[in-house]
Design a protein. Sequence first.
Length: 262
Amino acid sequence: MTRGGWALVRGLWLSWLQYRSFFFILAFGWMIPPLIYLLVWSTAAGTQTIAGLTRGEFVAYYLILILVNQVTYAQTNWTVGDLIRYGQLNRVLLRPIPPLYDALASEFAGKVVYLVFDLPIVALLALILRPELDFRLENGLAFLPALVLAWALRFFWGYWLALLAFWATRADALLALQDSLIFLLAGQVAPIALLPGALQTAAKILPFRYMVAFPVEVLTGQLDAAGLLAGFAIQAAWLLVAVTLSALLWRAGLRRYAAIGG
């Protein structure tokens, strides 16, 4: 099973490399909004501070956010609905490995292609804009599990939304809504600390902050010990909800898919 999974990843990665120019354009497009807000907030800070953040700290925050956003973005969730609607799920079901492997393999293959483009661009921007990051080993160690959980949460949350295509032809609209909420509540428009009261409260409760902003806050040292533990607990709780919904909807949807002759 593991060998088959890695073979699938390798095959998809080679396939993606054939169209790397297209995916590089996608990756660049995803970088534009954070870059705009990087310039907005770093310019607004000037020689002062905003919510305790200096110009250089805003630069560090958004450069890290660019990478985290690219790593956690689950582009394969947008293809799940098409597989279901057009009957292409059949070929996935016939493979000798679980269907979830197909989406996960595309995820890992895509991340490699995107990061080949992202890392040099972010490194160049760091040389030009000179971010300020007070790196601490404990923050770096906590960042890794926070990033993995953020990716898993974003993937499975989008996956269960995409599985609604078993019942609704416009399930992709919910994915678009999710991306809008992530843009607003996951630290892209502004760091969570700068959001107005009601939005800040919503960001701390809803799952979207924990898909992008939380790992960035961990690495940049914006959280104390209590905030760190609370963040991990909420992140894990929402991940459990997302995985459970994905499993339940997959089983129910597959029964419906088979019943109508898919």
